[in-house]
Write a protein that binds this ligand. Sequence first.
Ligand SMILES: *Cc1c(COP(=O)(O)O)cnc(C)c1O
Length: 376
Amino acid sequence: MTTLRLSKSIIDIKEVEAVTRILLEDGYLGMGAEVGLFETDIATYLGISPENVVCVNSGTAALHLAVEATLLPNDEVLVPSLTFLASFQAISAGKAIPVACDVDLDTLTIDLNDARKRITKKTKAIMPVYYASNTAHIDEIYSFAKQYNLRVIEDAAHAFGCSYKSKKIGSFGDVICFSFDGIKNITSGEGGAIISFDKTILDKVKDMRLLSIEKDSDKRYKGERSWDFDVKRQGYRYHMSNIFAAIGRSQLTKLPTLFAPKRKELADLYRSLLQNNHHIKLQQQDTHSDIIPHIFPIRVLNNQRGQLKTHLASHNVPTGIHYKPNHLLTYYQKDGLHLPITDIVYEELLTLPLHPGIQTTDVEYIAQTINQYFNL
Ligand SMILES: *Cc1c(COP(=O)(O)O)cnc(C)c1O
């Protein structure tokens, strides 16, 4: 057996050729026509118009721009504490205030009943996180947002390619942010995208990724630049490079045929081999969702997580913990804030290896090692 990896970029000669084409033939490595083509490919994949897709250089940049273009300074954003630090950093970078919410014990996605208790006059948005690709309760999230007049900024970093009620994530909604970092469902090396159906937001984020130089994006796709321009707001150097777009375009062609079926097969196999192990709990999948799992976290009950993690490591199985809850970090902690479910699951979570380079025999070995640890 080869060394197991928790997660991995799956790259072959196709990406090498794509990058070589940019390096040797295109003559421009920055943001040019290739980025426009990646946006068009993403739009085609999602069944939306290319105007609705804005590529940037990371998922964090996508979230940051989405927040800053949508909200005003000191607006509050409801966000589950159980997420990658990037969700919180993007909100505070955008000058808004992250309000940590608890998660639902079964789905590990934002608990709307807990979120409701945290609404104030300053609450202006909710940022649901599709944890482990679980696109659960989206209708409920949008009716909640409508009821309280909130914008919805979806952290869909885990959910590229997933569907809810037969509609692809990113093909509907308010503002949707994807990540294409090295280990996500598809990678562009580093990268991300903002999808919106609100022209005001789109115009803002298209400019903001290029230092807020007005309408520079369109010119760059034609190999032109703005020499005489105006700037009316803060901007950032968050545009995507042609090199990254070329990697992303190649990866996108492999998602439906290679990556999605493989990730689903491996996660289904984990589920079938672990479902009868009463020492662990599997994340409950939303029945309306068709997901491409980005990570495979399990909950290890009865204080056994630490020892099981060590046991797996000694059997050459690397594991992870997604995530350290953000309300426990010095920068985001608040006196008197208790998120009971998040605090419990943080002690239980263990992420098992999942990526398209893993074999079904690897999953069998990992599941067997877990079951044997519990004498099953
Ligand atoms: C990966 C990730 C991000 C950030 O994306 P990057 O492309 O790594 O900046 C944000 N939120 C979640 C939940 C993620 O997993």
